[in-house]
Write a protein that binds this ligand. Sequence first.
Ligand SMILES: *[C@@H]1O[C@H](CO)[C@@H](O)[C@H](O)[C@H]1NC(C)=O
Ligand SMILES: *[C@@H]1O[C@H](CO)[C@@H](O)[C@H](O)[C@H]1NC(C)=O
Length: 291
Amino acid sequence: MLPCVLWFQSLLVLLSSVLLSHGENCPTSCLCPDPHTVDCSGRGLTRLPDTIPLDVRRLLLSDNWIPRIPADFLVLYSDLVYLDLRNNSLSRIEPGTLSTSSRLVFLDLGSNNLTEIPKGTFGESRSLIKLRLGNNPYLSMVNEDAFRGLTSLRELELERNALSSLQVGALSQLPSLRVVRLEGNPWVCNCNFANLFTWLVTNRHKLPNGVEGMECSLPTDGRKVPLSQLSQDSFRECQVTLTLTDFLIIIFSGISVSVAAIMASFFLASTVHCFQRWSKGVKGDEEENEE
Ligand SMILES: *[C@@H]1O[C@H](CO)[C@@H](O)[C@H](O)[C@H]1NC(C)=O
Ligand SMILES: *[C@@H]1O[C@H](CO)[C@@H](O)[C@H](O)[C@H]1NC(C)=O
């Protein structure tokens, strides 16, 4: 009888300590529905909660007013698999913040105030499968190497940002990309856009609705044109501009070569002429001396 009571007691102690420590670790005003999930969404937070358990795997922080995440955040929370920061006030991501996030699979930075995605922002986040960056109304710059190293990335959202152009390299560097959302951006259909247009047409199966609903504005009068009405031919002039430049370079180098040739032959001719006159002069002198 006694051992049984003892056993039951120790079980109770163990259980309550687990429950208590779990309760202690959960940040105030957040919910912790399971030992690896911390849910602080929609709590009116203006900064990150202080006491997030270090072994958290799913961290939900959406619908708050959080303006920044410290650069060492993912060094501390290295078990994070799922990070939801949707609808906050983030205006920039400190360099290096995401470079150590080797386990991160899902990252939502949509509906924030980001302006730029610089080179190598996501470091070597090799596990990242879904990245949401849409609805950042001032996001106008995405570096060509912004997503470099995201070898597992399957879904990328960049819809409803302020992108007027995007270098194709940013997308073509992603070997696992299956879905990309780019609609609702103020694309300008100039020669910078020509390469992206070619990529979009050949990868239209990766766009949820193809190029339907996407438009770009003409550089001349700002008139908006649906991409579905454009073809490679629409960007014909861009190639002409290129060949024109090449043409000018060719003409210019041709002229330089001719000028150099003319100067060289003139120099040669005058040297020969001088030499002839000099040798005649010497001969004349010799004849005078003989007489
Ligand atoms: C964004 O978060 C704020 C603050 O919690 C909330 O009032 C608003 O409804 C949220 N917006 C969306 C689109 O969810
Ligand atoms: C978002 O950024 C813009 C321009 O960078 C700034 O004017 C605005 O105040 C910012 N909004 C918030 C909520 O931080």
